[in-house]
Ligand binder design. Structure first.
Ligand code: GUN
Ligand code: FE
Length: 419
């Protein structure tokens, strides 16, 4: 498989720069980007050309944190803080996924909508139910998206109707789930998923740490999202200096995405950086659940691995364009309200987080630089603009206005057209 994509290319090369190449060519071979050309090289004239002239071509969006079972009730009961929201809204809904028919119907809607969104890669929570999670993985594998999915672990402080009754039971369910994943899956892979420290016993976290190492698996969880949650963790885990240590003492930060980090202080941040842990910022969720505004610009300046997530259903929308601009909006509010001088993110930084920076959790993903996997989106304008616009302006308009001004015309993952 080898071809050229002819269009207006925009891609991040780092936190400070978006490369814009109008009327250019992206050379794709065996699912990867080979090069970008400003004009057609003579030795490429025999190659197939995908003609997207005049259209925006950008890397697929990478959503490093969302909950598939929460998609069906997104946008309901949004006026509760985290711990009440979990007890009143989330846990009763997630318990429904015990019924695999219900799960299949709900997950079909989720996967169809994710496929039609600008997201090409996602790291996803399921529920604690093995069969429902296998069903979600089957649908995602068929979708052509590149994903990681976790069966949730929770064995304490959970309602009787949504719990695993011991660490042993939770670890056994997890091993069975891993064994039942069909060996021929290429696009959907497992990720270990302790819900968060309050619902996971020490014995369970210890067991997951061993499993992570033994099987070479990545892990996802939640960290320092809400002040009441953090106070609870310090009670549950005497002897830890911060919430991050409740995971780190079992080796759980080494190949990991931690969602939120709204209230992460210097000591916890240094630990995450030292371990190479990905921080996943979820600005819409953090405002909906009144968790706070994460100091992400500071994280970026310190060199943390920073990504973006929708956190459906803490966030009500699947759109990573919305997450990207929400990150900018939230950081600007932080800048004004706390009278900080340099906490506002700009377009280049937020675009970097949604593509190249988050993409690194999957490898060389999220850009059109040589050797990056060829995940890309093609957008065309619904109506001809009356203005002269630079390519960077057109990209910014797409990210802020989404479907109002533009429509997605094609979506490719690893060079394969999936839409
Ligand atoms: N912390 C533990 N579980 C959850 C969840 O489902 N959503 C969010 N936003 N935070 C959590
Ligand atoms: Fe979450």
């Amino acid at each position: 498989m080898e071809y050229l994509v002819h269009g207006d290319l925009c891609y991040s090369t780092g936190p400070e720069h978006i490369e814009t190449k109008e009327n250019a060519y992206l050379h794709v071979k065996d699912g990867k980007c080979l090069a970008v050309y400003e004009s057609l090289p003579s030795n490429c004239s025999a190659l197939e050309i995908k003609d997207y002239r005049g259209k925006l071509v950008l890397p697929g969006m990478v959503d490093l944190h969302l909950h598939a079972p929460q998609y069906a009730y997104r946008g309901t009961k949004m006026d509760l803080p985290l711990l009440d929201w979990l007890n009143i809204n989330t846990f009763p809904e997630e318990a429904k996924y015990r019924d695999t028919d219900y799960a299949r119907a709900a997950y079909r809607n989720f996967v169809e909508d994710l496929k039609e969104s600008p997201t090409t890669r996602a790291v996803i929570f399921g529920t604690l139910h093995k069969d429902a999670t296998l069903c979600l993985m089957e649908l995602l594998e068929e979708s052509g998206l590149e994903t990681m999915v976790g069966k949730v672990n929770m064995d304490r402080n959970s309602p009787e109707y949504l719990t695993e009754h011991s660490a042993e039971e939770s670890l056994k369910n997890t091993r069975e789930w891993l064994e039942e994943i069909p060996k021929n899956y290429r696009h959907c892979r497992p990720i270990l998923t302790p819900r968060f420290t309050p619902t996971c016993s020490d014995e369970l976290l210890l067991g997951l740490g061993k499993m992570m190492e033994e099987k070479g698996l990545p892990l996802q969880s939640h960290l320092s999202e809400n002040k009441a949650e953090i106070a609870w963790v310090s009670e549950l885990c005497p002897g830890t200096r911060n919430y991050g240590e409740s995971y780190d003492r079992y080796g759980l930060l080494n190949h990991t995405v931690m969602a939120h980090c709204v209230h992460t202080g210097e000591e916890e941040l240094d630990l995450l950086i030292e371990r190479g842990c990905f921080i996943c910022h979820c600005p819409q969720s953090n405002t909906n659940l009144q968790s706070g505004v994460s100091p992400v610009k500071h994280f970026l300046k310190k060199g943390a691995k920073l990504s973006l997530g929708t956190d459906v259903a803490g966030g009500a929308n699947l759109s990573m364009f919305r997450a990207l601009t929400d990150a900018i909006r939230a950081s600007k509010l932080r800048n004004c309200l706390l009278e900080e001088h340099d906490s506002a993110l700009n377009l280049e930084e937020a675009f970097y987080m949604a593509t190249l920076s988050g993409g690194a959790f999957f490898g060389e993903v999220g850009s059109f630089m040589p050797d990056y996997e060829a995940d890309f989106l093609v957008f065309s304008r619904k109506r001809q603009s009356v203005r002269e616009e630079s390519l960077l302006e057109r990209l910014e308009m797409l990210l802020y206005t989404e479907k109002e001004l533009f429509e997605m015309e094609a979506k490719y993952v690893q060079g394969r057209k999936i839409l």
